[in-house]
Design a protein around this ligand. Structure first.
Ligand code: NAD
Ligand code: IPM
Ligand code: MN
Length: 352
């Protein structure tokens, strides 16, 4: 079982170290761990945010464990050299079109949600975010109009097969959970969204056991804070899913808690090849201070064991230890506590 660990920038290495300690503690047989440079550190050391050797490593691995990329010192580089291109490039090169972002309330954390505890208690949802298309990957430029004004331009588009395959992921996920799927779009304004909705409805014919609903993204943002308990599985496009998942994290309590799995169609001998990362970024404002919450990273490791290696019991063991850590009051500054990154890692390892 070959795992490529790409820690990246900012808090990436700090949280990756804690996930690695959890992995070491599990003492799984047959693991091969590789490490590669990615993001700003990739650019600084190799001249590219996704150096060819890192890309080859990710391709050869059965799963990629990814920290975070992003470096304020790189924000003025040409776009193709910026750290964020590494994660976008990996998602595209590995065909990882389905991004699963679960948001579930942890027992004992209700009071720390940005929502009232009685509203937050019911959160148990999964955002299925399309990850290979949308305005992210369309033609883009800052160009000159004929009259000399600058114009920013990003093409939003989805082809029907791109919508169909993520819709199937959404329906299948719903079948395995509460059997309700909410497709989020902006079909009242965008043609891209109208096609999205049409295709989701077509696919729904194959899933008569799943109750399908549709919601405009602005309403979805509002409903997510009004009554998040109404959602089971949400399927949506790349940009809307990006935004709604950060929002969902604060409904749970912190962005430092939400993990993700990015999957495609490639099967290895162990499971589905995937990339696993927290939904948050490199948090430059707290990097190097030892106070980042490593739980999203550790929960991403659990998702990796589940989806890429079929080790459901081990995944559940990690998730149980994380839950217990929080229930025991071990919390970082993001949750109003005082535990540092290593202390939280220690607490999880001790509870495995
Ligand atoms: P961010 O998610 O890095 O940080 C937002 C806020 O949340 C910050 O105040 C940060 O301190 C806090 N935060 C994030 N993770 C935390 C954790 N584990 N524990 C405690 N607090 C945490 O978003 P940003 O500030 O908008 O972006 C910073 C950089 O990260 C940018 O370069 C951005 O492009 C990049 N980014 C990368 C990824 C990724 O690698 N997949 C995701 C999001 C943003
Ligand atoms: C995320 C991030 C990325 C995205 C950026 C860094 C490209 O925000 O993983 O959520 O927008 O997908
Ligand atoms: Mn994001």
């Amino acid at each position: 079982m070959k795992i490529a660990c790409l820690a990246g920038d900012g808090i990436g290495p700090e949280i990756m170290a804690e996930a690695r300690r959890v992995l070491d503690k599990l003492d799984l047989p047959g693991l091969t761990i590789w490490e590669g440079d990615v993001g700003g550190i990739g650019y600084r050391r190799h001249g590219h945010p996704l150096p060819p050797e890192t890309l080859e490593m990710a391709k050869a691995a059965d799963a990629v464990l990814f920290g975070a990329v992003g470096d304020p010192g790189c924000d003025n580089l040409e776009r193709h050299l910026r750290p964020e291109q590494a994660i976008l490039g990996l998602r595209q090169a590995l065909g990882l079109f389905a991004n699963l972002r679960p948001a579930t309330m942890f027992p004992g954390l209700e009071d720390l949600s940005a929502l009232r505890p009685e509203v937050a208690r019911a959160i148990d949802l999964l955002i299925v975010r399309e990850l290979n298309g949308d305005v992210y990957f369309g033609e883009k430029a800052i160009r000159r109009l004929d009259d000399g004004r600058r114009q920013g331009f990003d093409l939003m588009s989805y082809a029907e097969d791109e919508v169909r395959r993520i819709a199937h992921v959404g329906f299948r996920a719903a079948q395995g959970r509460g059997k309700r799927l909410c497709s989020v779009d902006k079909a009242n304004v965008l043609e891209t969204s109208q096609l999205w909705r049409d295709v989701v409805i077509e696919v729904s014919a194959e899933y008569p056991d799943v109750e399908l609903s549709h919601m405009y993204v602005d309403n979805a943002a509002m409903q997510l804070v009004r009554n998040p308990g109404q959602f089971d599985v949400v399927v949506t496009g790349n940009l809307f899913g990006d935004i709604l998942s950060d929002q969902a994290s604060m409904c749970v309590g912190s962005i430092g808690l939400l993990a993700s799995a990015s999957l495609g169609e490639h099967q290895t001998e162990f499971g589905t090849k995937g990339l696993y990362e927290p939904i948050h970024g490199s948090a430059p404002d707290i990097a190097g201070q030892g106070k980042a919450n490593p739980l999203a990273m550790i929960l991403s490791l659990a998702m990796m064991l589940r989806h890429s290696f079929g080790l459901e019991a081990k995944a559940a063991q990690i998730e149980g230890a994380v839950s217990k850590t929080l229930a025991d009051g071990v919390k970082g500054a993001d949750l109003g506590g005082s535990a540092g990154t290593v202390e939280i890692g220690d607490a999880v390892v001790a509870r495995l």
